[in-house]
Design a protein around this ligand. Sequence first.
Ligand code: ZN
Ligand code: ZN
Length: 133
Amino acid sequence: MKCPQCQGILVTLEFNRIEIDYCTRCEGIWLDFGELRLLLAQGEKGDSLLRTMTPARSKEKKRRCPICSKGMGEILIGDGGSILLDECPEHGMWFDRGELVKVLEAGCADSLKHARASSLLQLLDEVFTLCKE
Ligand SMILES: [Zn+2]
Ligand SMILES: [Zn+2]
């Protein structure tokens, strides 16, 4: 699969038994449909975060879905719509560098969020370093 942002090749990683596709060039992440919910660990906090998703329109350039190549829509998520994501309603979501960590911090239970966000960062860091060598 190609990165919708920079056309780099996405590498598949496993995080918390969920497959995520990571671009080692621009550090963006693709999640297949439904994987975000799994990553947020089915908590009340995750559900209420998912309910904050609203369609958006920004001046950012439209990206294409890496699976079907259709233009993706934009959505805002988080308290006050603080994070902007790209979404293909059929296939999944694109997170720019650092955005998935923010979403995890906003949507995981307090007891879990730091551990989960930092283990994601650690995994990405390792792969990023590996690919640069
Ligand atoms: Zn990329
Ligand atoms: Zn698609």
